[in-house]
Design a protein around this ligand. Sequence first.
Ligand code: BGC
Length: 349
Amino acid sequence: MVVTKSSFGKAKDGQELSLYTLTNHKDMSVQITDLGATLVSITMQDKYENNTDVILGFDTPEEYYASTTYFGAVIGRNGNRIDKGQFEINGKRYQLDNNDNGNNLHSGNNGFDSRKWTVERISESSICFGLEDKDLEQGYPGNFKVTVTYTLTDENELFLHYEGISDQDTVANMTNHAYFNLAGHDSGAMLDQELWLSARAYTPVRDSRSIPTGEIAPVKGTPMDFTTAKPIGSEIDADFEQLQFTGGYDHNFVLQEEKGTVMKFAEVYSPRSGICLEAFTDLPGVQFYAGNFISDCPGKKGAIYQKRQGFCLETQYFPNSINQEGFAKPLLKAGEKYDTTTCYKFSVR
Ligand code: BGC
């Protein structure tokens, strides 16, 4: 197992950026840049022994800065949407950027995805990135110190371990925004890939601005039901209001009521490549986003990404949960430890 480092150009403020490559004994490799602690590539052999990079991304920092896709980035302090960018903690009101139809999405214009992270530790199989987000720097209360540790095992598991601490009560709800395409990032739409999701319920949205109604609705009998595996594309364009609001799957699925222990919640398989992804988390929800808004997007190594070329499984507290009664709250108390783990495991069959 080795971790190597190369140059990844320059940050907006002129600082040098780096690209770190973790390689395991099975020849699987993962590349991560300190810009946004972003996953740039995940490469393994498919069933024909072709090297296959299964996530969408860019070759340069300039493209990461310019894009609103959040390819592979760490999102924080809060992933997903907050209604009108407002919330209250301990009787005090806070206002974030409204960067998405009058709401806050992925913490706005100064998100963790656009920051240069520092490398805190490197071991044979892991790399730990850290960031200090100041009181009100994004609009959230408290100085928040956070780390994300990526570990690649010889079982082809990629662990994402988030830890943090704040000196005031605050919101903490981080995720990773990797777009997977198990037939390869440059292989066209991923609609034939078969998804199993453990979720028996999801959180419907009010309208096309994607704020949940607060309801927990059963998936049974709807196109939202992936409790038996089916191709992602099989019902994505169904005559179903929730899918019309969001132009395809872009919903939070309910994995458990509260943060719990790490459990398997998804399995995706590409019949074309034979690559299989299993996903695990201890978080209550996952945003399953089918890349509906990607369009003519120039990506890595000359690829042009199109609509639904990648899917995201963004593990998280439910969208707008800081404001929504009945949803587990992504509230981190002053001095308490934020600690959550998500794992993506790859195999070939
Ligand atoms: C959201 C989408 C959004 C995408 C890229 C996803 O997490 O749910 O609505 O288009 O991120 O910003």
